[in-house]
Design a protein around this ligand. Sequence first.
Ligand code: GAP
Length: 493
Amino acid sequence: MENKKQDTASALKDIISHAKEYGFVFPSSEIYDGLQAVYDYGQNGVELKNNLKTVWYKAMTMLNDNVVGLDASIFMHPLTWKASGHVDSFNDPMIDNKDSKKRYRADTLLEERAAALEDEGKEAEAKALLQKMAKCLDAGDLEGVRQIIIDENIKCPVSNTANWTEVRQFNLMFSTQVGAVSEDASLIYLRPETAQGIFVNFLNVQKTGRMKVPFGIAQIGKAFRNEIVARNFIFRMREFEQMEMQFFVRPGTEMEWYSKWKETRMKFHLALGIPATSLKFHDHDKLAHYANAAVDIEYKFPFGFKEMEGIHSRTDFDLKAHQDLSRKKQQYFDPEINENYIPYVVETSVGADRLFLAILCNAYTEETVGEGEQEKQRVFLNFHPALAPVKVAVLPLVKKDGLAEKAQEIVNSIKFAFNTTYDDGGAIGKRYTRQDLIGTPYCVVVDYQTMEDNTVTVRDRNTMTQERISIADLKEKIGYAVSMERIFEKLLS
Ligand code: GAP
């Protein structure tokens, strides 16, 4: 049995069409031709995404005694974003091609050029180019960035000309007005990260939860960014979800915690079934002004290794900035050392949609089965059973002779324990295929023997082998196989 994993750029196209055809991801408002960089999750996508959010949230809060949850609002006081630096510096440098009228991120154009140089074996040139760009960006020298684009003779892929506008900074925050009357209305932002909701609630949680440093606050929620270049399906969206955790520590201990969380987060992705060969750490070459260490966990998407999660040691930058602007002390009294201080923060931040895409890409499997005339191609989604949208499909071999009723009875006895579906439409092989395509790990078949001895066959999605078991054992056997406990056990091992 040849098992072919998709890893070329064209594989993304197959994954996008599979996601649409089988109810995982649809373009937003598609009947109006869609809205760029915005997507909707279908009946199977929402199950997969909810499973990912649940496993992350539980891994954070249930498995760590000192991490608790939070659900802050999307709208926050506008000064929040002044303090965090987003109003002044959450910008991307953009450049337009005058002929095609297409807009690009200037830094991305140069990064792509550097990647091309690397592919040609010119590593030193690539590095020098990136350094030159970083120097200009650090100094706010946008004319310098434009000059490098001109010097490198970078052309617009649409018009094939180098007829560029100047480079301008473009703030990524969406804003709107709050208040019914326009004169009273004030400008408010849609949060570009969930983290600030955690920072401004740090003392609320610490005091009401009687939390002792070190402790963490975990949150899942929507974030919004007016991305200039939205590409690669759900990888870069304008509305997306983040799963973030801020871990508050005593100053001076942050590197220890940074290493610990780095390791814990990598273990999480491995426990979800992503192979080590598809994951790597990428240390940030250039640190943000608030960070003293930062690393990305990258996944090997069909378009290359790209950031899936960021782990940042953010020092006391955010709490200090909020303290300064709000004039409210953000200090913690540490009884162990009898001292007041503003805690340092180690942040883990993963996009729920990026993790979804990684899990989907990783699961998408094409294989050749059978030999000679029997040889055929099959596609299945090899999800970890705990993540699969549907855990079990119950299929009566035929609809007559009481088999359909028996199958319904089985569904009713297990459906409250895990996501179960019933299907009696078409040949049994076709029904297996339908389940393989959405990644259902088990198909339970009710046949004539079932009517005699209350046993069913259980077909495994990956091996396609069947085992006969008693109906009475179904809930327990399948229950364990599809439970998140199996992931948690790996995390704690
Ligand atoms: N609080 C830190 C922060 O927001 P970030 O690196 O900008 O850091 C963290 O974002 C994660 O959020 C990324 O690793 C990615 O998974 C996800 N993310 C960021 N922008 C995104 C976008 N436009 N679409 C989808 N996911 C995005």
